[in-house]
Write a protein that binds this ligand. Structure first.
Ligand code: PMP
Length: 414
């Protein structure tokens, strides 16, 4: 880590790029701790998208006129920028999707439906988000492939001995979450990919909660596929990215058909364009791609290591205060490198939804519910949990407001 990266973030300066954080509700300034759902969007990202619409809005695919040329170059180069950001070899390996969920579905349909059969197994983890769990479960039902789950331990980690048991020569696909959106656990995804590869299985890593807040290198992980969403990393909604190893994407059939993804069409048959366009039919998310590039530029200027360090510090601060309360149960590992910037918890006497509602009375925005991990909540023995999740603009003062609001809720309900 360079010296520059060891300096902490200038949160006050960062917050100036987010006018939304100045909003007040009933005289209380908003405390936004729902970043695992969606992060706020800094002015440079909004400006880049607005500049696109004001200056060079046109359809892509290389129209002859100037505006289309400019839009096409920006859109195509956005793939290069994303590739560079996550350590992919080039634009051929980056497919823009609507979000992480669509990336999971793309591989499940384009690869899974064609490659899986009753002799195959799909291995997931018990902490998968529904984006992966429901998708592979349904592909399993349609192809006859079995779905197995790597166990989560009492302390919210993956049981790696169990991983070595369930990943076998019958396994065709391992799909694992990099960072759990419920437990905050940072999984050993490189080790998981290695185990999958020892059995000639492919590894899909869901990076929705990892790419926003830590350096990610898909090559170092040796993921076959990796997915994330723009709206969780200071970027716009409506765009996500799927990374795939080029040789795998080359072999796969398209998932959606239409214009913009073909090479030659006759009344009888069609052939496909080069990667990644083969997987991007129709008019794509041009403004959103421009916004995603602006978000990556903005994050890299802050420094991904510094962002990670900032989140770890806030999480430790929040965790220690919550852990000191006898009636608070926190899910997932303790603070440190195995815990990302979120804390999922329950307070004994207060239902998570009531807690979120009382927090809202103080303009503290947290999430309550199953966080799209219902089976994991079943395993934890609760229907819902409360989740506070942090980003670059959050402060220790805001964590104090969270803790004070919990006190308030406790008094109200006791
Ligand atoms: N995976 C994880 C771990 C997530 O946290 C989320 C969002 N909650 C998703 C997948 C789905 O992301 P999106 O809604 O952007 O498709």
């Amino acid at each position: 880590m360079s010296q520059q990266n060891l300096e902490s973030l200038d949160v006050e300066a960062i917050r100036e790029a987010f006018p939304i954080l100045e909003r007040e509700f009933d005289g209380e300034q908003v405390v936004y701790l729902d970043n695992a759902a969606t992060t706020q969007t800094p002015d440079p990202v909004v400006d880049a998208m607005s500049n696109y619409y004001r200056e060079y809005n046109a359809n892509v695919h290389r129209g002859i006129h100037h505006l289309s040329q400019e839009a096409s170059i920006a859109y195509e180069e956005a793939h290069d920028r994303v590739a560079d950001f996550i350590g992919a070899d080039g634009r051929e390996e980056i497919v823009f999707t609507k979000n992480t969920t669509e990336a999971e579905n793309l591989i499940a349909y384009a690869w899974g439906l064609n490659e899986l059969g009753p002799d195959d197994e799909i291995v997931l983890t018990e902490m998968e988000h529904h984006a992966s769990l429901v998708t592979w479960q349904q592909i399993g039902k349609r192809t006859g492939a079995d779905v197995e789950y790597i166990r989560v331990t009492e302390d919210g980690r993956l049981d790696m001995d169990h991983a070595r048991e369930v990943i076998t020569d019958d396994t065709a696909m391992l799909s694992a979450v990099h960072v759990s959106n419920t437990l905050g656990t940072v999984n050993p995804v490189s080790e998981l990919a290695d185990i999958a590869h020892e059995h000639d299985a492919l590894a899909f890593i869901d990076g929705a909660q990892a790419v926003p807040n830590r350096p990610v290198d898909v090559d170092a992980i040796d993921a076959d596929f990796y997915a994330f969403s723009g709206h969780k990393m200071a970027g716009p909604t409506g765009i996500g990215a799927l990374y795939g190893k080029q040789e795998l994407l080359e072999e796969m059939e398209p998932y959606l058909y239409g214009g913009g993804m073909i090479r030659k069409v006759t009344f009888e048959d069609s052939s496909w364009d080069d990667l990644p366009w083969k997987f991007e039919p129709g008019t794509p998310q041009i403004a959103e791609a421009v916004g995603l590039v602006a978000a990556i530029d903005w994050l890299e200027e802050l420094g991904m290591e510094r962002i990670q360090a900032h989140e770890e510090e806030l999480t430790r601060y929040a965790y220690e205060q919550l852990a000191a309360e006898p009636d608070v149960e926190i899910y997932g590992p303790g603070p440190g490198p195995e815990r990302a910037g979120l804390v999922g918890f329950n307070v004994d006497s207060v239902h998570a939804h009531d807690l979120a509602s009382i927090m809202n009375d103080h303009a503290v925005a947290i999430r309550a519910g199953d966080h799209c991990t219902q089976p994991l909540h079943d395993k934890l023995g609760v229907a819902a949990s409360a989740r506070a999740s942090f980003y670059v603009y959050n402060t220790k003062d805001e964590v104090d407001k969270l803790v004070a609001a919990i006190d308030d809720a406790r008094q109200l309900f006791s």
